[in-house]
Design a protein around this ligand. Structure first.
Ligand SMILES: Cc1cc2nc3c(=O)[nH]c(=O)nc-3n(C[C@H](O)[C@H](O)[C@H](O)COP(=O)(O)O)c2cc1C
Length: 189
């Protein structure tokens, strides 16, 4: 089983990064093959609405998304992660998501997105504790998963964590991330 982890935070060794590493460790402990993509290190243009994808399902922009599409399509499970930025996902992650309009076009317009239904999970961290903190990002990630033929099966949402690495002082978050990674690989019971 191939698990693809997408790091939406630009902060290396930050809270999201540490949580994703734990989740991937959990998946690896169940014999999954894991891969991590750090979106901030990539050159990914925002969607420019050229709509070339409506013709053949391919984006006309040539950048690092060229390598990301096949990875997204070949993964059996995808872990999307992001810090909360203004009640949304990071701009880096949103650019990757928007560029998947090409896969949306394959699925809904061209009807040739030939991938099985995969598993998708979402990990997010925010500094504040508002009840509605994750509502926007959850909707975005659910719709993203739907477009690439993945099912939103699990989530880990952490409030009240701000400084780099502060997640290490959280009583359960890192363990929860490890368990999430394991659950992702184990068959549903
Ligand atoms: C540009 C920016 C916007 C932010 N917006 C929010 C927000 O709307 N709500 C919130 O709770 N935290 C917000 N935060 C705080 C981060 O979500 C928080 O510091 C998080 O722990 C960062 O995770 P990271 O270390 O993985 O990058 C924001 C931080 C930045 C830099």
């Amino acid at each position: 089983m191939k698990v693809l982890g997408i790091l939406g935070s630009p902060r290396a060794k930050g809270n999201t990064d540490l949580l994703l590493d734990e989740a991937l460790k959990g998946a690896q402990s169940q014999q999954a093959e894991v891969e991590k993509i750090t979106v901030d290190k990539l050159n990914i243009s925002p969607c420019r609405e050229y709509y070339g994808c409506l013709r053949d399902g391919n984006c006309v922009i040539r950048d690092d998304m060229d390598d990301i599409y096949p990875r997204l399509l070949s993964a059996d499970a995808i872990i999307v992660t992001s810090p909360i930025f203004f009640y949304s996902v990071s701009a880096q992650l949103k650019a990757l998501i928007d560029r998947c309009q090409a896969l949306w076009a394959r699925k809904y317009v061209l009807k040739n997105l030939n991938v099985p239904l995969r598993k998708g999970t979402f990990i997010a961290v925010g500094a504040t504790r508002g009840e509605r903190l994750f509502e926007g990002p959850i909707l975005t990630v659910k719709y993203f998963f739907k477009a690439i033929n993945a099912e939103y099966v699990d989530e880990l949402l952490i409030r009240g964590v701000d400084k780099r690495g502060e997640i290490k002082s959280h009583p359960t978050a890192l363990d929860d991330a490890l368990e999430l990674g394991k659950r992702l690989v184990l068959p549903a019971t």
